[in-house]
Design a protein around this ligand. Structure first.
Ligand SMILES: [Zn+2]
Ligand SMILES: [Zn+2]
Length: 131
C-alpha cells in the first residue's frame, strides 16, 4: 500500500480533520495524559525537552480517524501520536513526502518510523543509542 495512493483523502485529513473540534479535543487529551505520566515532554525528532505550547502532534497512523455522518471522530490511540516542534514536524513531513523509498510500498506507520529514525540521526548526532 502506497502512502501516495489516496492523496485526496489524505488532503481532506490535513485540511479538514486537523481543524475539527474532535481533533482539538483529542490533542488536549493526549497532552493531558502525557502530563500525568511524566512531567517531561520531549520532541520525537530532536529529542529536546519542550513545553506543551511549543509542540505539535504528528500522526504516525490515521487509522483512528473516522468521518461519520459528516462529523469527524478522533479515535487515535496514544501511540499513534507523537509530539514534535513545528520545525522538526515540518522536516519529518518533507522526508516522508519527498522520499520515494519511504513512500512507496510501505504503510504510513512504517514510513513514519523510518523517517523518524533518519530525522533523529540528523538532529541527534551524538545519540549513540540509535542504530
Ligand atoms: Zn524538535
Ligand atoms: Zn504530521
Amino acid at each position: 500500500m502506497s502512502n501516495r495512493r489516496r492523496p485526496a483523502l489524505f488532503n481532506v485529513y490535513r485540511n479538514e480533520f486537523l481543524r475539527s473540534p474532535a481533533w482539538f479535543a483529542r490533542r488536549d487529551r493526549w497532552f493531558t495524559h502525557h502530563a500525568t505520566l511524566s512531567e517531561r515532554l520531549t520532541c520525537a525528532g530532536c529529542g529536546r525537552t519542550a513545553t506543551r505550547a511549543e509542540l505539535e502532534l504528528h500522526h504516525l497512523d490515521y487509522r483512528g480517524v473516522r468521518l461519520d455522518d459528516g462529523r469527524w471522530r478522533a479515535g487515535e490511540a496514544d501511540e499513534d501520536l507523537v509530539a514534535m516542534h513545528p520545525y522538526c514536524h515540518d522536516l519529518l513531513h518533507r522526508l516522508i513526502d519527498r522520499d520515494a523509498l519511504l513512500a512507496r510500498g510501505r504503510t504510513r506507520r512504517t514510513a513514519n518510523h523510518l523517517a523518524l529514525q533518519r530525522l533523529r540521526l540528523a538532529l541527534q548526532p551524538t545519540d549513540g543509542s540509535t542504530p
